[in-house]
Design a protein around this ligand. Structure first.
Ligand code: NAD
Length: 416
């Protein structure tokens, strides 16, 4: 079914919710949750963390125009920074002209690590590999759900690390965690097999824990942006130059990747993901060749159109964690209509690439401050105490004067 989401940004809140509710087939109750404060109750918060005293909310918006693997999406984003949602929607609109984002991802394999010390590493490795089946069976006995759906622990590998405290054996357990992020099941399996590892190796196990460097859960993809829509050949060439700057300079690359994470973390927040896990893995991957660099690559095709690529570890789930607990995260996942963790990973990867495109395009042409400050001016106006009726007048005046500051906002308010 085709949905008209054109000029979504001009609609009022009710009209926007109407469109989203229709698109995602939301129930009346889900609609009401969106219309409410949208968060968790104090009772839920109190069960989630220690010493709870309340909850804390963030804006939830919808990025439009996304076509990913030929499917249309409305993408919920939770983020406090202005411009991100508009930038993602704009990039998706241009990408759509050439069919949108083509994304793919690996199977959902998490990596569990077991650290063994006081051991003859060489012979311990051989013993572990010989006992692989016994170890995998024991690991799989810790999760009936994964075993039942044909997922669970699949492989064992060993490596030696040389440390200041001597050589250590690291046993790695590769687990297909299905549609979960999988941290808990991975940790449970690692702890469950540790006594057996000690028995087999005659060594001492210290850590038994998930690695967040989720290189067996990569998402990668591409999109083409038509040169005319980008702003012409010169802008395309400038964007490629801007990318080269990030590819060869760490100081630029960190900011370039921060822009990518604006898109990624906004969707991850909305869908209740562990954003720290995503961030940690992304930055490690950006340094995989020994020097921190860009998580995307930009080039042009034979016709001069801009082509972007992204490759990033993406450890996400659609079951478990807070996903089944947080009412709005549940609704956001429903708005996306995702059937698997792998589909969610593809969407999040596409959001990162889209965000990077818009940031590069703005930087390589007019600069980001014009658009950014316009939106920032709204926050300043609100902070100065402007009512909803006064905000537009205040923003207009501050931007025309080129003086967007809380002091000027207060002065203008005094004159109104
Ligand atoms: P979880 O503990 O809720 O486990 C997922 C559950 O879903 C399991 O019980 C599993 O059996 C069940 N399940 C049902 N259908 C499934 C399917 N199709 N595929 C897979 N599982 C299915 O959640 P989790 O994903 O194991 O852990 C995620 C949480 O762990 C996050 O909240 C994260 O913040 C936290 N955590 C992270 C770290 C880390 O990143 N280092 C460490 C510890 C905990």
């Amino acid at each position: 079914m085709k949905f008209d989401v054109s000029r979504f940004f001009e609609k009022d809140r009710k009209e926007r919710i109407d469109i989203v509710a229709k698109f995602a087939n939301l129930t009346e109750q889900e609609r009401q949750t969106l219309e409410g404060s949208g968060g968790i109750s104090f009772e839920q918060a109190d069960k989630m963390v220690e010493n709870a005293i309340g909850t804390f909310s963030f804006p939830l918006g919808i990025a439009t125009n996304f076509t990913i693997n030929k499917k249309e999406y409305l993408i919920p984003m939770v983020i406090e920074e202005p411009s991100v949602i508009a930038a993602a929607s704009k990039a998706a609109k241009i990408a759509k002209m050439r069919g949108g984002f083509e994304m793919q991802n690996d199977e959902s394999y998490s990596i569990g690590q077991i650290q063994v010390v006081n051991v003859d590493v060489e012979s311990a490795m051989q013993k572990i590999l010989k006992s692989s089946k016994e170890i995998l069976d024991l690991a799989n006995s810790k999760s009936n759900t994964l075993s039942k759906i044909g997922k669970g622990a699949k492989e064992i590998s060993c490596k030696e690390i040389k440390t200041d405290a001597g050589p250590m054996l690291i046993v790695e357990l590769l687990i297909d965690v299905g549609d979960a992020m999988g941290a808990n099941v991975t940790n449970t399996m690692c702890e469950g097999i540790a006594p057996l590892i000690e028995k087999i190796t005659n060594g001492k196990v210290i850590l038994r824990i998930l690695s967040n460097y989720s290189t067996r859960r990569m998402v990668r993809g591409t999109a083409t942006f038509e040169k005319e829509a980008v702003g012409g050949q010169e802008t395309v060439d400038n964007i490629i130059m801007a990318y080269q700057f990030a590819a060869y300079d760490e100081y630029r690359a960190v900011t370039h990747n921060k822009g990518i994470m604006n898109g990624i973390i906004a969707v991850a927040n909305a869908t209740g993901q562990d954003t720290r896990a995503i961030e940690a893995a992304a930055h490690a991957y950006a340094s995989k060749n020994g020097r921190y660099t860009s998580l995307t690559q930009w080039d042009k095709d034979n016709d001069g159109n801009l082509v972007g690529r992204i490759e990033i570890p993406m450890s996400v789930g659609i079951v478990g964690g807070i996903i089944n607990v947080h009412p709005t995260a549940k609704i956001c996942t429903k708005i996306l209509g995702v059937q698997s963790a792998s589909e969610l990973a593809c969407i999040i990867g596409a959001a990162g690439l889209a965000q990077n495109f818009s940031a590069l395009r703005a930087l390589a042409s007019e600069g980001i401050q014009k658009g950014h400050m316009r939106l920032h001016a709204r926050n300043i106006a609100a902070a100065a105490g402007a009512t909803n009726d006064q905000i537009d007048t205040l923003v207009k005046k501050m931007t025309s004067e080129g003086n967007i500051s809380i002091n000027r906002a207060r002065e203008i308010l005094g004159e109104l």
